[in-house]
Design a protein around this ligand. Structure first.
Ligand SMILES: [Zn+2]
Length: 55
């Protein structure tokens, strides 16, 4: 994950999959700003959906 503003590698600050989505917070030390990236459905959610589909 690179910063859109300065192109520097951003630090992964936080990862939250509790909502069923893979939400990651990245922080740019250069710009001192963070951004939240939605990586789609979290893996455990995808697996549980797959199980539901089988039943
Ligand atoms: Zn930056």
């Amino acid at each position: 994950m690179k910063c859109e503003t300065c192109g520097k590698q951003m630090r992964l600050d936080d990862k939250d999959t509790s909502s069923g989505r893979d939400m990651r917070t990245y922080y740019c030390e250069q710009c001192e700003k963070s951004c939240i990236v939605d990586n789609g459905i979290a893996l455990w959610q995808a697996l549980s959906d797959a199980r539901k589909f089988d039943e």
